[in-house]
Design a protein. Structure first.
Length: 150
């Protein structure tokens, strides 16, 4: 996880897929505490850790963060829900953002059958020009790297 977190090449961040009960949450929190944002990260506005998990365990994550870290370590922890209408500027200012897989999907204009047909006609780039207007606040936060589809 640390080598992915500190890599100079995408994809960034870690993926820990151990079995249930083997300490994934605590290991991830340790990685977060041991690798705070660098000066360069702070200058680029990249300071938050995003945790995407099943909605049923988000409250457990918050409890574990509270139990295993000092309050000053991650003072701004947010359980993100699109219904809260949180501006991108607030998301960018958080230390930890927790959200569910469903919330991430709701924020992205996934093409339905009609849109896929349109993509075949006009091309992905032309479709994306209009579709990106439908991005939720979650995808409007600063990303620190250039991607033509964001």
């Amino acid at each position: 996880m640390v080598s992915r977190e500190l890599s100079l090449q995408a994809p960034y961040g870690g993926l820990l897929a151990d079995g249930m009960g083997l300490g994934k949450t605590v290991q991830t929190i340790a990685c977060m505490v041991g690798n705070p944002p660098t000066t360069d990260d702070i200058q680029r506005g990249i300071t938050a850790t995003l945790i995407v998990a099943p909605s049923s365990i988000i409250s457990q994550w918050i409890e574990e963060l509270t139990l295993h870290t000092e309050p000053k370590t991650f003072p701004k922890v947010l359980h993100y829900k699109s219904s809260m209408k949180i501006p991108a500027s607030v998301l960018s200012d958080c230390d930890v953002v927790l959200t569910s897989y469903t919330e991430v999907m709701r924020q992205f204009p996934f093409p339905d059958k009609k849109a896929r047909e349109l993509i075949m006609q006009i091309g992905r780039d032309a479709w994306w020009k209009d579709a990106k207007e439908e991005l939720g606040q979650f995808f409007k936060t600063h990303r620190g790297h250039q991607n033509p589809y964001y």
